[in-house]
Design a protein around this ligand. Structure first.
Ligand code: SAH
Length: 371
């Protein structure tokens, strides 16, 4: 179930035979330099050009010898995943439909806010979880994305805003990353881990781990590793404090019920009042939005430093649920805030371009593989 059969290898070779260096780790670049008979420190320069400067061709790498540049040119490429469509919402949200080298598609989204800008990236094409309120779950085709494909999503977002070379933290428009797009990131742990190490390396893209959040539907056995190995923030798609309701809307709850999920949250490495777990709660009319549901949520989260994001349900064609009324959402929130919990109602973003949570779904299943 969790092994979707794609390799985590960073060096992907395209049908045109050129190995892509975008997504390569420092040690993979060192191997490339070595194979080409170059000294190892040139790999550091390569890294800098790729991830700090964001260049698209070897010719721009002016401190490498002409000879090295032309051998690179012959056998290697610097490709991001292909953007087949870019749409910008009237609220500034921007969405990219992306095609990978095998023709599979996924989406990435940029969400500007007052004091930060968040790039939401996908970790899989499609999703195996089948959460009943999520559009992505209706997509049949699923595969893991490689770390190169994940890093590539962030890089194409930077391309789109011309944000190269990597600016100082305070001046960045694209300041944060959430692994909250299509797919379940904890089912693709190794590639996510590799992507995080590239995205956070100080001499490259340099996004701090504190500005990266991984959202999971509750893959309990991997939650601890997420804190220990990745060291990034955790968001949990909770959506109900009752096992029966949660199982009805999220089949994963059968395998990993609330008791286990909450134990993993309590033990999440590094959590404190300064570094809380975010719980996402999509408001579904007459399903999980009553005052009793809110009180159950207060009880469930009692011992966990938490922030609750109350998310208005974003409808999609054929969805089996309706959005809760604003009145029901405010009533729900008040019960939480009266008990001292932080619980903003998240404003839906990018709705006019179907870029909001749970609306991401590509038509890749209709695209035939090229022979
Ligand atoms: N698999 C991961 C990450 C992808 S989902 C996870 O489940 O957390 C990202 C967020 O969007 C989740 O909180 C999900 O519950 C929410 N979401 C999915 N469909 C939605 C919809 N139709 N309206 C609002 N939020 C939705």
């Amino acid at each position: 179930m969790t092994d979707l059969g794609t390799s985590n290898s960073q060096t992907t070779t395209s049908p045109r035979g050129k190995t892509n260096l975008v997504g390569c780790s420092q040690s993979e670049l060192t191997m490339v330099a070595r194979q080409l008979g170059e000294r190892e420190f040139h790999a550091k320069q390569l890294w800098h050009w790729i991830y700090h400067r964001g260049v698209h061709d070897f010719d721009s790498m002016t401190d490498l010898s002409r000879n090295f540049r032309s051998t690179l040119e012959d056998g290697y490429a610097l490709r991001r995943p292909l953007v087949t469509r870019e749409q910008t919402s009237n609220d500034g949200t921007r969405k990219w439909l992306i095609r990978f080298e095998d023709g599979q598609e996924a989406e990435a989204v940029f969400i500007p806010e007052d004091n930060r800008g968040t790039v939401c990236i996908s970790s899989q094409v499609g999703c195996t979880l089948n959460c009943r309120f999520c559009h992505t779950g209706t997509q049949r085709l699923v595969r893991n994305l490689s770390s190169s494909e994940m890093v590539g999503q962030f890089m194409l977002a930077r391309d789109s805003y011309g944000e190269w070379p990597t600016p100082k933290t305070a001046r960045r428009r694209l300041s944060n990353i959430v692994l909250m797009g299509m797919g379940e990131p904890l089912y693709n742990f190794d590639a996510v881990s590799e992507a995080i190490s590239i995205l956070t390396a100080g001499n490259g893209i340099a996004i701090s781990k504190r500005r990266i959040t991984l959202s999971t539907a509750g893959v309990v056995p991997d939650i601890r590793r997420c804190g220990e190995v990745l060291g990034i923030n955790l968001a949990v798609s909770l959506h109900s404090a009752d096992d029966d309701i949660r199982t009805a809307i999220m089949p994963i709850n059968k395998k990993h019920p609330l008791k286990d999920l909450m134990a993993a949250c309590r033990d999440y490495p590094g959590i404190s009042n300064a570094r809380r777990i975010t719980f996402e709660y999509v408001m579904l009319k007459d399903v999980n939005d009553s005052p009793a549901d809110a009180r159950a949520l207060v009880r469930l989260l009692r011992e966990i430093p938490s922030k609750i994001n109350i998310i208005p349900f974003n409808p999609w064609p054929g969805a089996p649920y309706e959005a809760s009324s604003m009145e029901a959402m405010i009533r729900f929130r008040t019960i939480l805030t009266d008990k001292g919990l932080t619980a903003p109602i998240r404003a839906p973003r990018g709705q006019d371009i179907l870029a909001a949570c749970g609306q991401l779904r590509t038509d890749s299943k209709r695209i035939k593989k090229h022979g």
